[in-house]
Ligand binder design. Structure first.
Ligand code: ATP
Length: 574
């Protein structure tokens, strides 16, 4: 029988071994064996070729046809109808295994392979979660989708659909560490540029340079702008100027948001405490017609055919409220100072927390109230803002703010403070006078002594010398060289000035003259007349600088960091 044509020709017969019949039959067998082997190999090769062709066809189909193409892209797409909207703060066990939707910023990407990428998605503050985009067999998440997600610019705003799962191990890099999102859809709602003016990592580092004059470019902002958000700890810090020039990234930094939240909590605690003590809130004007408290540090501005001034304090208006029949009032609002003070304690606009109240027997009632509200704020912050404080400390390390035990508040007279400085302070303060106001270095030295002696960062200095206080301050009836006026301190620095005010018009005019102030001058005449219009009870109060309370409580290097939009002599934007 002849072989089918398709089969390879039989291999040439091996030469017959010498030796007759036997040798011939052995040679025939060998030929058959070789023929069978060749057939088998040919079949194997044919099958392999078939398989290769099938794989190639499948690969090229996958390349041209992306089954996940509708599940990602630069525009919002359709999510599953049953996807549950989540917020990272409230994500819980009930969400595990469910399909959810999240809107968040992408802050970091880590490519694992062509089939898998990890992303970090952040909502407000430091609320971030790990997401995983992994190509699957069904093709609903494809390699193309993985590649596309890997290329999204940091700080773009995304809409994702995902299944919530528990990671094998807690994700330490993210605040939400016990859940992760297995992303099934991903759309860009708002794209960030390829290069950020300041990365999140740089924005979340401590600001060390507050010079208004230093050009941002000097510190290598260009370098900062190309660094990825996932920079290691060695990322350079940026100056305050760079932060303000990149206000969006400044505000996105978790530390900036924590400071803002603490600030608003201080306001809230101030308000709620005073309301509980029978105080009424009121609103003083910012625009005033006369530079009432002294001309030098007031902003003037054109006002139709005349000029106006920005209020340097709500002092007179608090007193008008008391004169107007309120027993206890407070206000919270902007205060403007045209002082060319380029220090970490000063701004040209800051927020005042002010109160004024009737005095029944002694102005110490006012000191009690001011101490009460501030201690309420300090204790309230510790209780309500523990996480925010810890976050701020991770960037701006600080010792805990020391508060005196109830009933052990520290009140020294100005003279006692000076005596402490003379006796126990540094050599240069051996001769400080009881009649001259303290300098900032003196205040710092005294604060250090008080902390050592009394274990507190919060204390009061009372009975300031007459020379150091304004014309409306009430003199001490038993010693007119002193006033019933005080300052409060936090971590060695002044946060509050206050005192008893003069409520008798004749006494007020006399003290004005003594201080070289004309009681008939515009603005002041109207002020004095208020005390003639009707009987005004004895009263006193104080003005607290909100920015300083926040900055000193957290031991920030500058009040500029405590303000939303700091205003300094050289900075009016953003
Ligand atoms: P300082 O002597 O520190 O300049 P001051 O005596 O002028 O302050 P007051 O006029 O008594 O301050 O204002 C009451 C409070 O307002 C201060 O204790 C402080 O907390 C805050 N404050 C005053 N000036 C500023 C400023 N320029 N920037 C930020 N806060 C301020």
């Amino acid at each position: 029988m002849s072989e089918p044509a398709a089969n390879p020709p039989p291999p040439p017969a091996e030469p017959a071994p010498e030796g007759g019949e036997d040798a011939a039959s052995t040679s025939k067998k060998a030929a058959k064996k070789a023929e069978a082997k060749a057939k088998k190999e040919a079949e194997k090769a044919r099958r392999a070729a078939e398989r290769a062709a099938a794989t190639a066809a499948a690969t090229s189909a996958a390349e041209t046809e992306d089954l996940a193409k509708d599940n990602y892209g630069p525009k919002e797409g359709q999510l599953a109808a049953d996807a549950i909207e989540i917020n990272l703060k409230t994500l819980g066990e009930e969400h595990v295994g469910k399909t959810v939707e999240l809107r968040a910023w992408i802050q970091n990407t880590r490519v694992q392979s062509a089939k898998m990428v990890f992303v970090e998605l952040r909502e407000e503050g430091n609320w971030a979660i790990q997401g995983i985009v992994a190509a699957n067999k069904e093709g609903t998440v494809s390699r193309q989708m993985v590649k596309w997600v890997s290329s999204i610019n940091s700080e773009s705003y995304l809409l994702v659909e995902a299944t919530v799962q528990k990671p094998l191990e807690p994700v330490v890099a993210c605040r939400v560490s016990h859940y992760e999102l297995h992303i099934t859809k991903c759309y860009i709602l708002a794209a960030a540029p390829a290069g950020l003016g300041m990365t999140l990592a740089a924005a979340n580092k401590a600001v060390t340079n507050f010079s208004d004059e230093q050009a941002a470019v000097e510190e290598g902002v260009d370098k900062l702008s190309i660094a990825p958000a996932s920079e290691p700890a060695g990322v350079p810090a940026a100056s305050m100027l760079t932060h303000l020039d990149n206000i969006v990234m400044h505000k996105r930094a978790p530390v900036a948001q924590a400071i803002s939240d603490i600030r608003m909590e201080v306001k809230e605690l101030f308000r709620s405490y005073l309301r509980s003590q029978g105080f009424k809130e009121f609103e003083p004007p910012c625009l005033i017609g006369a530079a009432s408290e002294g001309g030098a540090n007031v902003f003037r501005l054109p006002y139709f055919s005349t000029e106006a001034f920005l209020a340097q304090s709500p002092q007179f208006y608090k007193q008008y409220e008391i004169a107007g029949g309120r027993k206890r009032v407070f206000c919270v609002g902007p205060v403007f100072r045209a002082e060319n003070s380029n220090t970490p304690r000063h701004m040209t606009e800051f927020t005042g927390l002010d109160l004024e109240m009737e005095i029944k027997k002694s102005y110490h009632e006012v000191i009690d109230m001011l101490e009460g509200v501030l201690l309420h704020i300090f204790r309230g912050l510790k209780e309500r803002c523990a996480e925010e404080i810890e976050l701020v400390r991770s960037v701006y390390p600080s010792e805990e703010f020391l508060v005196p035990e109830s009933g052990k508040e520290v009140r020294l007279t100005f003279a006692e403070g000076q005596k402490l400085l003379r006796e126990e302070g540094p050599e240069e303060y051996r001769n400080v006078s009881d009649h001259e106001d303290m300098s900032t270095p003196q205040e710092k030295a005294l604060g250090a002594l008080i902390r050592k002696k009394y274990g507190t960062d919060f204390y009061v200095l009372d009975k300031f010398p007459e020379e150091a206080r304004p014309f409306y301050a009430k003199e001490d009836p038993s010693n007119p060289s002193l006033t019933n006026a005080y300052d409060f301190f936090m971590r060695d620095q002044e946060i509050l000035s206050g005192g008893q005010r003069i409520n008798d018009p004749e006494e007020l005019e006399a003290r004005m003259r003594k201080k070289g102030v004309d009681p008939k001058s515009p603005g002041l005449k109207e002020y004095v007349d208020v005390f003639r219009q009707a009987g005004v009870p004895a009263h006193g109060g104080g003005g607290i600088g909100l920015d300083r309370v926040v900055a000193f409580y957290l031991n920030l290097p500058s009040v500029h960091l405590a303000a939303f939009y700091p205003r300094t002599p050289k900075r009016l934007a953003p």
